[in-house]
Design a protein around this ligand. Structure first.
Ligand SMILES: [Zn+2]
Length: 269
């Protein structure tokens, strides 16, 4: 139990707004395939407005992780996200999967994505989520060098913590993630590669409910990762609506952005 002031559990609802870059980063040839890419376009066109409406209804502030190129392509969506008081985090430039053996390229992409987000939003993001959580040994150094507040990439804890470098705790906070609290493993379907059937929304809500209940009992962090192009389908938005109601039915649950959680950890731990 790490929360103070009567908070039993903190919930982060986060959205990785990948749009078409999700498909291009998986296979470069996809940039020539409007049908494949239109799955990403759906995230911008339908997913983001549906999510913003839902968050407004529940009075919840979230964090949206956005690749630089997506911010450049959809500045109106970025503006709407910011106008509703949500946070925007760094999510690469073209949703590149990092090659741990090419630190120069990793640095180049990081700086390009950062510059793009700063240019579009007029503010520097303080949180970083690596595309597909593909990371390298250099990631934490890059984040510390660029004075980031937090990373949201590791699967080694249920609570946020200070990143340790050279046996010393740093000011960089890790906000852990897990595939089971991500919509992609259940719903993302790929016709060209090995895939699996799409799960019913009800099934996914049950998985998330079980995990929320157990995390709540332990007083840890519930960090949910969704993608506008995936969760934005009507039945899934309704499911997320019901799931938020379910979490709100527990006493002393706080909803927070990544930066709010990270600042809290910096202050108390
Ligand atoms: Zn992503």
């Amino acid at each position: 139990m790490i929360w103070k002031n009567d908070v039993k559990t903190t919930v982060m609802l986060t959205f990785d707004f990948d749009a078409e870059t999700l498909w291009i980063s998986r296979n470069k040839d996809n940039y020539k395939k409007p049908g494949t890419l239109s799955q990403g376009v759906f995230g911008a066109k339908v997913g983001i407005p549906s999510i913003l409406e839902l968050l407004r209804k529940h009075d919840i502030k979230s964090t949206f992780f956005i690749p630089g190129l997506v911010a450049e392509k959809y500045p109106d969506r970025v503006e709407q996200i910011l106008a509703d008081g949500h946070e925007i985090g760094h999510h690469g430039y073209l949703h590149e999967w990092v090659d741990p053996d090419d630190p120069e390229k990793e640095r180049e992409i990081f700086i390009k994505g950062l510059a793009s987000l700063e240019n579009i939003t007029g503010q520097k993001p303080v949180g970083f989520r690596s595309p597909a959580w593909e990371t390298s040994d250099h990631m934490f150094d890059l984040l510390i060098e660029h004075d980031f507040l937090y990373s949201s990439n590791m699967m080694d804890s249920i609570d946020p913590y200070r990143v340790v470098k050279n046996n010393k705790e740093t000011d960089l906070i890790e906000i852990p993630v897990q595939w089971m609290l991500d919509d992609a493993p259940f719903f993302l379907f790929n016709v060209t590669g090995p895939s699996r059937p799409i799960f019913p929304a009800q099934h996914v809500m049950n998985v998330w409910k079980e995990e929320f209940h157990a995390i709540y009992n332990r007083g840890c962090l519930f960090n949910l990762v969704c993608h506008p192009q995936i969760i934005g389908r009507p039945s899934r938005i309704d499911m997320l609506d019901n799931f938020i109601r379910y979490m709100k039915s527990y006493p002393n649950v706080e909803f927070a952005t990544g930066s709010k959680v990270a600042k809290y950890v910096r202050e108390y731990y």
